[in-house]
Design a protein around this ligand. Structure first.
Ligand code: RNT
Ligand code: ZN
Length: 423
């Protein structure tokens, strides 16, 4: 498939720029803003959330990566090489979101509560050399002490303490990345805790979760180094009837403790979207973390595509002028297609949705609304959906020296032939 020539891209941009200018939208300003947005790429798309602690170990916590497409990363070096390819296909400069199970312990078994910054030194060196900020996550699943489905809200104090200690270790590792890289890590706690069937006592696990989180957060860490986030979920596989860390639990918790709330787009009722939650929460919380994902029926982790949901999320961030307060991460894992394509497609879609949102004549829309001219507001919103945003996107890719249009797939196919199929 042939991709447009440089000249075509420039000509299309010229026309698009004029169309947007006629609406009072400055396309270059939108691109300048977009360039400042760093998406946090989730390392776990590269190896189906396997990690390197226990190669071949089973994925737990109700998470499931289906498919056996060749080329899964088997080591941190392979994963970093794969990530390098993804970053080279994205306009702008982006972050990495790392899980604790990606520690490099030199072949030694290190328990999760004993993890130290030094086990992430190679990640730090690589991130620094490539200008990536790093975000971090305790791994409270895929472990014998999580096998019965409870971690931080476990009734056994010894098991609870183990996971508390793991999370404490992870906050320190987050702070290490923050200080080494000069940009705070967002350390996000997600626990799978919950019941398959109707519980008799919904209170106790939530009280225990609250106590565990307070113990984890007891140590004050400079927010310039590490920011804490917690991630609710309505249900998971094996926790269909009850999840300790529900939306209401964590909303109240984060507001009362002044930490970040994580909204994962796949963690709610199938018709419930996170876009509408952003403006409400930002009235009471300083910052949010998003896990941009796509729920499909009971799965919460499909590759991010260019859906209305995605566009609504981007619009809400931009319309609330909240790009500086909303950390944007991706969260999905698809093992049935080329994993690098999965990463790249989802990340490019997320950036493109942000661009389209940045290309809205925000003041005009708000003015129409204030004037009560809802017909004109509707007409304009519909017009915006088909304005030539993609010509601006192509031009941005050209400017940033990354493939235009679908040309990124050629690079991925090439890497697949040279590297992935030999794994
Ligand atoms: C699980 C949560 C969580 C995980 C990652 C691997 O439902 O979304 O964010 O996907 O921590
Ligand atoms: Zn998530």
């Amino acid at each position: 498939m042939s991709t447009p020539s440089e000249n075509q891209v420039r000509q299309a941009y010229q026309l698009a720029q004029e169309r947007y200018a006629a609406m009072g939208v400055d396309t270059q300003k939108a691109l300048d803003t977009l360039q400042g947005v760093a998406i946090s790429l989730h390392c776990w798309q590269g190896d189906d959330v396997g990690g390197f602690e226990n190669p071949g170990g089973e994925l737990g916590g109700g998470l499931a990566a289906t498919g056996n497409y060749p080329g899964k990363a088997r080591s941190a070096d392979e994963l970093r090489r794969d990530l390098d390819v993804v970053y080279s296909l994205l306009p702008g400069s982006h972050r990495l979101n790392l899980h604790a199970i990606y520690a490099e312990t030199g072949g030694r078994r290190v328990e999760r509560n004993d993890l130290l910054p030094e086990h992430f030194a190679a990640w730090k060196d690589w991130a620094r050399a490539n200008g990536h900020g790093v975000d971090f996550n305790p791994t409270c699943f895929s472990h014998p002490k999580a096998a019965d489905g409870f971690t931080l809200s476990h009734r056994d104090p010894a098991i609870r303490q183990f996971w508390v200690d793991h999370c404490i270790a992870c906050r320190r590792i987050g702070a290490y990345f923050g200080s080494e890289l000069g940009t705070p890590a967002v350390t996000n706690i997600w626990v799978p805790d919950g019941y398959k069937d109707t519980p008799a006592d919904r209170t106790t696990p939530r009280r225990l979760l609250c106590e565990s989180l307070d113990a984890i957060l007891a140590e004050k860490i400079d927010p310039a180094l590490n920011l804490d986030a917690v991630e609710p979920k309505l249900f998971g596989i094996g926790s269909e009837s009850y999840v300790s860390g529900s939306m209401e639990f964590y909303t109240a918790y984060t507001i009362s403790r002044g930490i970040l709330l994580t909204l994962d787009a796949g963690h709610f009722h199938p018709t419930e979207t996170i876009a509408d939650k952003i403006s409400s929460l930002l009235l009471f919380l300083d910052q949010l973390l998003l896990h941009v994902s796509r729920g499909v029926r009971w799965d919460s982790d499909h590759v991010v595509t260019y859906t209305d949901d995605l566009q609504a999320i981007a619009q809400e961030i931009v319309r609330a002028s909240a790009l500086g307060r909303v950390h944007i991460g991706l969260d999905y894992f698809d093992a049935s297609i080329n994993r690098i394509a999965a990463w790249t497609i989802g990340a490019r879609n997320t950036l493109r949705a942000l661009l389209q949102a940045l290309l809205e004549p925000g003041d005009l829309l708000v003015q129409l609304e204030a004037d009560g001219d809802y017909s004109q507001r509707l007409a304009l919103m519909e017009e915006l959906k088909v304005m030539p945003a993609n010509a601006v996107w192509d031009y941005y890719c050209l400017q940033q020296g990354v493939p235009v249009g679908m040309a990124f797939m050629e690079r991925i196919k090439d890497y697949e032939q040279k590297e992935l199929i030999h794994r």
